[in-house]
Structures are given as C-alpha cells and as structure tokens.
Ligand binder design. Sequence first.
Ligand code: UD1
Length: 427
Amino acid sequence: MDSIWIQGGKRLEGKIPISGAKNAALTLLPCALLTADKLTLSNLPRLADVDSFGHLLNGLGVSTSVAGVKKGEFGRRMTLQASEIASTVAPYDMVRKMRASILVLGPMLARAGESTVSLPGGCAIGDRPIDLHLRALEAIGADIELAAGYVKATAPNGRLPGGDYTFPVVSVGATENALMAAVLATGRSQLFNAAREPEIADLCNLLVAMGGKIDGIGSSHLIIDGVEGLHGADYAVMPDRIEAGSYACAAGITGGSIELVGARAEDMLAITNALAQAGLIVEFCDAGIKVSADGKLRPLALSTAPFPGFPTDMQAQFMAMLAMADGESFLEETIFENRYMHVPELRRMGANIEVRGRSALVHGVEGMTGAQVMATDLRASMSLVLAGLCAEGETEVLRVYHLDRGYERLEEKLSAVGATIERRSTG
Ligand code: UD1
C-alpha cells in the first residue's frame, strides 16, 4: 500500500491548476444513461472514483472510451454511449465501494422504466440514508420496493408521470437523482428546497445541453418539464471548488501564496470569505484566485451549511489550518454526524482541539510536529496532509486511497509549489 510522505516547514508559493470537480463528475457521468447518443465529458479529473463510476456504467451496458491527453493537461476527455441498457441492476460490490453509485438510480429508471440499486450501507462519516432519494422519486411517480438489500424503482407505465416534491432536508444527491429522473417524465415536476450547490447547476446545464427543459437553475425551486428523449452533448466539468479551497488552506498553513488557476470565485464565496476572515489576502484574477498569507492566522467561528453556506467538505481542512491560528476557533458540523475523525490524528501532531458533540473548539498552537497518521475519509486525509506541510519533521499519511478518490496528482501539484512530498510504496 502507498503512503504520502511529507517533510514539513516549507513555505509554498506558485500556481496550482485546479482539476474538474469530483462531485460534479460523479453526477454528470450517469447522464450517459439518459440517451442512446454519445456523451462526451471533458475536464474530467483523474480520480479513483471517476474510474469506479466508469466501471459501474460499463456493467450497465455503457461503453466508455478515454481520449488521449495532451502533455501538461491534467483533465481527461471521456466519451460514453449507452446505445442500450444491458442491465438495470447496480450490484452491492460496486455500490459498497462508492456511495455515489446511488446516482444511477434516477437516470436508469427514467430511461429503462426500472432500476435496481444495492442499498449503500454505512459510511465513515456517519449514517448516510437514501430515504430522500426514494421519496423524491416516489413523488415523481415511481413505485419503490425494498428487498434483500436492494431498492427497486419502477415507472408504472414505462415512463414516470412527473410530480412535485419538497425536500425536508437539503440533499445534494437526492436533488441530483430526482432531476435525472424527472427530465424524461411525461409531465412537469417541481422540486422545492432543492440543493443549490454549484454541482447541481452543472448537472442542470448538462441536461439542458442534452435537450432537457429546466427552469430555476441555481435556485432552490427547480421546474422540470419532461421531454420525449435527450440527445448527446459535449460538456466540460466545472472546476473543483473543494480542491481549490484545500490548496488555499495549504497557502494559509504554510504562510505562503498560491494562485488557484481555474478556480471559480462565484462557487467559493463562503470559502474565500472565511479565508479573508482568517487574515489571508484573497485576490480574484482572470486566471483564478490567489490566496496569500499576511502574518499570523486569525481564529474563526464557522458552521457548515448547505450552499451558499460554508461546505462540510472544507471543515477538516480549515480545522487543520486553524490549529495554527493565533487564538481559539469554534467549528460546528451541521450536515454529517461523526465528521471529526481527523481530530485524534491532528492531536497526535500537536494540535489542541476539543470536540463536544457536533462542535469543536480549536485552541491555536505555535507549531505542530510530524507523525505517522491515517484518516478514514477523503477530506480528513487532506487535513492531515495540510498539518504535515507545516509540521516540524516528517509526516507519513497512510491509507492514501482516500486521497486518490478526490485529489488529482496531489504530490505533483504540491511539489510544484515547493512542498517536499512524495508517494512511497510500503509494499
Ligand atoms: C454530497 C457530496 C459530499 C458532500 C455532501 C454535502 C457527492 C458525491 N458528495 O453528498 O461530498 O459532503 O453532498 O454537501 O456529491 N440525507 C438524508 N436522507 C437522504 C439523503 C441525505 O437524511 O436520502 C442527509 C444526510 O445524512 C446528510 C444531509 O442529508 O445529513 C446532506 O446529505 P447530502 O447532501 O445528500 O449528501 P450527499 O449527496 O451524499
């Protein structure tokens, strides 16, 4: 197994190209199921989750081909074609490995009239149910059955009629599944209290490019008028706001200055506001966003919330950075239970953090020290990389497969701005 080895204490300076967004890619890929035509996605990040999603789609009868990448280009271009749906079952083995597999439920149901997906089961950041996915699909007209660890959704007359649904809690995945199902319905659907994350707008924009009819894009009230069929499209995945935010924290924690090339300011205002409040200089330029340290980091009070609030996917990285701030920070996690798994590991590196339920008090320290650490999820692993970048001595981050799920060429990008970091095979 590989690990990431870091010699801390280097000030990072330079440019980092921001990859296509993982969470957007994982909802754009299943759109291939909605048409018999070719769907080409560019700026796809090279990530383990994207590969896994490709394999899942292959098993359902979608052909995938990856076009060559030019030298110096990070993204990938993939053409997908579901001339026919060969199987309407997403098996346990795939869904267990990647929770986002549930996102084939809606589009497969819309195209084939039925869809069977294994229930995802537990996950490292708490119990993540799919009840809202199922209730939204039911409201659009699906019959839902649960048996033997699988959910089977059926469109009674082959096509869904459409319908209205108000989400009791904002859910990114459930909004995505409902959108992909509603777009081929015979009638109109309305989603109220829909998630407004930029990845949802990216999905809507692709569906519109494929011939879908959606109003209210970017708002919490989406109106979808079903169409008879969708056609192919050529579409570029949006930049990854969480990757960009993570590297911004790398600038902060190392007292450095990093230009996040390709980052989109409008997707990241809660993040850039928090960076500015922490005392960093944030400059918006044509190429992206430049984040530079300016003296000591200031402490913050942050609470995670659905977009446009502060993203839960940035909580761990900010916590690592604030561990080095001049004072006491307060963090509150409102989206997921059990999302402080990085805290004991950060403590082992010298951070002073107290957790009480869903809140955490971070008492800034003067410095951290390197250690062998591991985390149980993607963003938690990144918080340990960040701590390692500023820690004195060597840090080894184990279980690199978490990082490989969400950070494209992490070592290469951080080395290019001056970090001493490498991947080592531990056999
Ligand atoms: C997506 C992102 C993930 C991010 C999260 C919140 C992807 C692939 N993943 O996850 O990185 O952290 O949004 O921004 O895009 N919930 C229910 N029932 C459901 C669905 C969700 O109760 O059927 C709850 C969840 O337990 C959680 C909250 O709703 O407390 C939000 O979850 P949701 O927005 O659905 O997260 P994901 O789509 O799984």
